[in-house]
Write a protein that binds this ligand. Structure first.
Ligand code: AHR
Length: 597
């Protein structure tokens, strides 16, 4: 959380024109900081030690190991794939007979890279696609599967179905997260899908006077190749029901949600994790009314999580617009500023769900019922222009700007480790904010992939409070409220004029209390920040690091040049008196692994 100290009051509240030439901007910053120092010196002799620091550093990061926020759920590093454009065919599934290296028809490079980032959860089959999808169509012999009209004006061949998805998860080593069709199928199909996925094989006790016998759905599953149950515990009950999922009001959706979840078969002592459709962006009206309507019937207690979708458009005024590759410095700052509003979306919804700020940290009563936040769609969404090819609907290029947004977003989730349980990027391959791009035998990782990898040490670690002090950046385009998108959200996000000059998060390793991971994003296009990193009550023995930075913010990887943007080791100086002085390059993401004495 950015809280300026006295030293930085002038610099952090003064708008720094981002269009200023580099040299003038540096002079401006120096002057502002010096002016602030002079003011502080005149005002208080007690600040003299801070002045000494300011001669060595442009910014400060103080880590507070004694102030834990919560365990960082590995599931905030989750993924989403949908039958949309080139995501499933040919991003994930190329078919067994393809010349592209595959395992059971699934692209090997996709599997390898998902394993490399320890993807914990994969969501499927949509998205909007889920609410017109019949899971029966994708089971059984491939040559018997029907081709059907599906969302996104597509015809789906159903060659990739439930068993293929489960195999994908198994090969990656991740958990499945299924989105159920609430718009075009009855509750019966939902609970039979649970039966099909989770009923054990063999004779099942009847729990009645009748004899034990096999479950018919389990027999069907076995006949289709999987005797053992899939044990799916995470279920989305519909998707965007305020929009493509049915154009419902919160009250209408609450009634559907209650009906779908009033009874479902159970094969585990742990209840299934049902996720209700939440807001579009910062629409707290949806959430407040949904919770009121859900609780109108005290019997409805089967809510584990609330889904939030928050996309950041490439344009300040229009949803899903702007260019992925061609953007100005002003547009860069504007996108990152609006992306940073994820923080507001989380805290606003935490309160709208009936929590209080006091619930933020260690819960007074950890057994009290709570609803988790599941940010299962997010990312930067641009307009048309950089698609891989016709048919690859919503595929877009990803630059260093998208990598910076990825880092900023993960750091926000980690600073809210006590609230966000699951988060999924939209989408893993060939769609919106992708980690991978693939077209036939061509494949590349995007800069966003590298951020996922660099943030790995945070998975399952203890998030701790980290105070960042740096001059803010000006967002010249933050003049009008921004549209979040969707067709039922009439609210807007407020215009914001400033972007944190440096942001990040910190965590303590679950296996080594002396190992701290600090991730830092410097979003400035031209201002490296020499930063003093210290820990309250502890000293730094040494640190190692990795940095993702490029010559130009527009840099990106292509099939022809897949290594244009990739991480490199960070050059670090030895600590001074238990503190680290490190220069975070302009437009960079850095992971520091800090070992304490
Ligand atoms: O990710 C693309 C689409 O965005 C999803 O299908 C939908 O849920 C959202 O509107």
């Amino acid at each position: 959380m950015y809280r300026p100290t006295a030293l930085y009051i002038v610099a952090s509240t003064t708008e720094i024109p981002t269009t200023m030439p580099l040299n003038s901007r540096r002079t401006f910053l120096k002057t502002s900081t010096l002016a602030a120092s002079a003011l502080a010196l005149r005002g208080s002799g007690a600040l003299a030690s801070n002045i000494v620091q300011s001669t060595q550093a442009d910014a400060h990061i103080e880590l507070l190991p004694a102030e834990p926020i919560g365990t960082i759920s590995p599931e905030i590093y989750s993924h989403f794939i949908e039958h949309l454009g080139g995501v499933i065919y040919d991003g994930v599934y190329v078919g067994e007979k393809s010349k592209i290296a595959n395992t059971a028809g699934i692209r090997n490079s996709f599997l390898d890279m998902m394993r490399a980032i320890k993807a914990p959860v994969l969501r499927w089959p949509g998205g909007c696609f889920a609410d017109s999808y019949d899971w029966h169509d994708g089971i059984g012999p491939r040559d018997k599967r029907p081709a059907r009209a599906g969302f996104w004006d597509q015809q789906d061949s159903n060659q990739y179905g439930l068993h293929d998805f489960m195999r994908t998860c198994k090969l990656i080593g991740c958990k499945p997260y299924l989105a159920a069709n609430l718009r075009t199928q009855p509750a019966r199909d939902f609970y039979q899908e649970i039966e099909y996925a989770n009923a054990p094989s063999g004779n099942l006790p009847s729990n009645s006077a009748a004899p034990a016998m096999p479950n018919a759905q389990a027999l069907l599953r076995a006949a289709n190749g999987d005797k053992e149950p899939f044990n799916v515990d995470l279920w989305g009950v519909g998707n965007e029901s305020w929009g493509c999922g049915g154009n419902m009001t919160p009250e209408e959706y609450a009634a559907e949600y209650r009906r779908f979840t009033a009874w479902t078969p159970s094969y585990s002592k742990d209840p299934l994790r049902f996720v209700a459709v939440g807001p579009n962006g910062d629409d707290t009206d949806w959430t407040t009314r949904l919770f009121k309507a859900l609780h109108a019937n005290p019997e409805s207690r089967k809510l584990w999580g609330l889904s939030i979708h928050y996309y950041t458009s490439g344009s300040p005024t229009k949803f899903a617009a702007g260019d992925a590759l061609k953007f100005s410095a002003d547009e860069h700052y504007d996108l990152l500023t609006r992306g940073s509003l994820m923080d507001k979306v989380i805290t606003d919804h935490w309160l709208a769900m009936g929590n209080t700020p006091a619930d933020d940290r260690a819960k007074a009563d950890p057994t009290a019922p709570r609803v988790e936040l599941v940010v299962d769609e997010r990312g930067a969404w641009y307009g048309k222009g950089t698609e891989l090819a016709p048919g690859y609907n919503l595929s877009q290029q990803s630059t260093m700007r998208d990598a910076l947004l990825t880092g900023i977003t993960f750091d926000i989730f980690q600073r809210h480790a006590d609230k966000v349980a699951v988060a999924a990027v939209a989408q893993s391959i060939n769609c919106i904010h992708s980690l991978m791009l693939a077209q036939e035998d061509q494949f590349t990782l995007t800069p966003t992939f590298h951020v996922f990898k660099m943030y790995l040490p945070h998975q399952g670690a203890q998030s701790i409070r980290a105070e960042f002090t740096a001059p803010s950046l000006n967002n010249p385009l933050g003049n009008t409220p921004s549209q979040v998108g969707g067709n039922s959200y009439i609210g807007q996000l407020p215009p914001v004029k400033t972007l944190a000059g440096l942001s990040g998060s910190a965590s303590i390793s679950p296996t080594n209390p002396k190992l701290v991971t600090l991730t830092v994003v410097n979003p400035s296009l031209d201002r490296p920040l020499t930063t003093e990193v210290s820990l309250r009550g502890a000293s730094i023995a040494f640190a190692t690091g990795t940095v993702l930075v490029s010559n130009d913010i527009h840099d990106h990887n292509t099939f022809a040049n897949p290594n244009a943007v990739k991480p490199t080791p960070a050059t670090l100086k030895a600590p001074t008196a238990g503190r680290l002085f490190h220069t975070f390059p302009a437009a960079s993401i850095t992971t520091l692994q800090i070992t304490l004495t």
